[in-house]
Design a protein around this ligand. Structure first.
Ligand code: UT7
Length: 347
């Protein structure tokens, strides 16, 4: 049976970069604490009035250009920060990309959203429902962060990344391997925005003062993230018939540099095989993996033929992993994505 093959990639960051020093005083934190506990030095933040669709359109256009231009007959947008609770944001993104009558829907799996959206796009292609799928991961977490919560405000940033999928052979470069996906709703309360849904409505009773903000039990999530990504990554490797040492590039959800380092250790991989862009963009939620891939590609740290392992973990709780050999792709960014290729480092 055929599978989905990555045939284009692009990303975009809002231009404004916020350095640690700008946040530290107000939050009773310090550049040193943020750097040593998280690895983040700066993050990009959307300006007032900039919505997630604006970022998604920029990344999507670059991915389509990298794929040689043309159409997509489905758009799958992973985001936890849609323009509105209703309708989904993907149809608006599709229309603004000139993709009319296109299947378009959002995927809500928070920080694992991009891997889930990749799986959805792969399913559309494998089932013969779509021939070219634009898969976007985009988030504007600055719109839901509690400005007084120093544990979250210092970690998250805004951004978008996208890939284009086409049908292909499982043996060719870019082919997505078997996925591992999973969830544990018993941990739902660890990463939440409590108010604004049907459980805790914004109409009627006023929500508590901070309940419409994002909240995370960071400490409880930290080791769970390491263990669950290691387990899921192991399952994806097994299904692909790869051993951990076959992996040239580990691209995990960029939640915290210490999580990335521990995950590499758990998998028995040298830490320098893990790509990292968290220093310059923070945790960009659904955008994290495609942004890291695109920046690494632009910087020459991800080369055609590299064996790549993607793995993510986040709110839900939900996780997912998949493997691919990196394909040779056209350049959709033209250097336009803010921060593209900058400041990336091998962990
Ligand atoms: O994207 C989805 C997945 N996300 C994750 O997996 C995130 C996982 N969690 C983390 O990355 C980390 O837990 C955080 C970065 C959120 C927090 O780091 P930590 O090392 O786990 O800190 P902590 O929560 O255990 O707090 C240690 C101390 C506390 O002070 P006391 O109680 O020891 O006096 C905090 O109040 O650090 C304090 N603290 C800070 N101090 C300065 C917490 N945040 C800050 C801060 N600046 N920004």
């Amino acid at each position: 049976m055929g599978t989905a093959v990555v045939t284009g990639i692009g990303s975009w960051l809002p231009p404004r970069a916020v350095e640690n020093a700008e946040l530290a005083n107000r939050l009773g934190s310090s550049d040193e604490w943020i750097r040593t506990r998280t690895g983040v030095r700066r993050r990009h933040v959307a300006s007032a009035g900039m919505a997630v669709s604006d970022l998604a359109v920029e990344a999507g256009a670059r991915a389509l250009k990298s794929a040689g231009g043309g159409e997509a007959d489905a758009v799958v947008l992973a985001t936890a920060t849609p323009d509105h609770p209703c309708p989904a944001t993907a149809p608006d993104v599709a229309a603004r990309l000139g993709l009319w009558s296109t299947a378009a829907f959002d995927v809500a799996a928070v920080c694992s959203g991009f891997v889930y959206a990749l799986a959805a796009g792969t399913g559309l292609i494998s089932a013969g429902i779509a021939r070219r799928v634009l898969v976007i991961g985009a988030d504007v977490f600055s719109s839901i962060l509690d400005p007084d919560d120093r544990t979250t405000s210092v970690i998250f940033g805004d951004g978008a990344g996208a890939v284009v999928l086409r049908p292909g052979d499982p043996a060719e470069p870019g082919a997505l391997g078997p996925f591992d996906l999973g969830s544990d709703g018993a941990g739902a309360g660890l990463i939440t925005v409590r108010a604004g849904g049907s459980r805790q409505r914004l109409s009627g009773a006023e929500p508590g003062p901070r309940e419409h903000f994002f909240a995370m039990a960071g400490k409880a999530v930290f080791w769970r993230a390491v263990q669950q990504m290691a387990q899921s990554a192991g399952a994806a490797l097994d299904r692909a018939g790869w051993r951990p040492r076959d992996v040239d590039r580990l691209v995990c959800h960029q939640a915290n540099q210490r999580i990335t380092d521990h995950l590499a250790d758990e998998l028995g991989l040298p830490r320098e095989r893990a790509l990292s862009n968290i220093a310059d963009v923070g945790n960009t939620a659904a955008a994290s993996i495609p942004l890291a891939l695109d920046q690494a590609r632009a910087a020459g740290r991800l080369r055609p033929g590299d064996r790549v392992l993607l793995t993510a973990f986040g709110g839900g709780l939900a996780w997912g992993s998949v493997t691919l050999r990196w394909p040779s792709l056209g350049d959709g960014a033209g250097g336009a994505a803010a921060g593209a290729g900058e400041g990336e480092r091998d962990a």
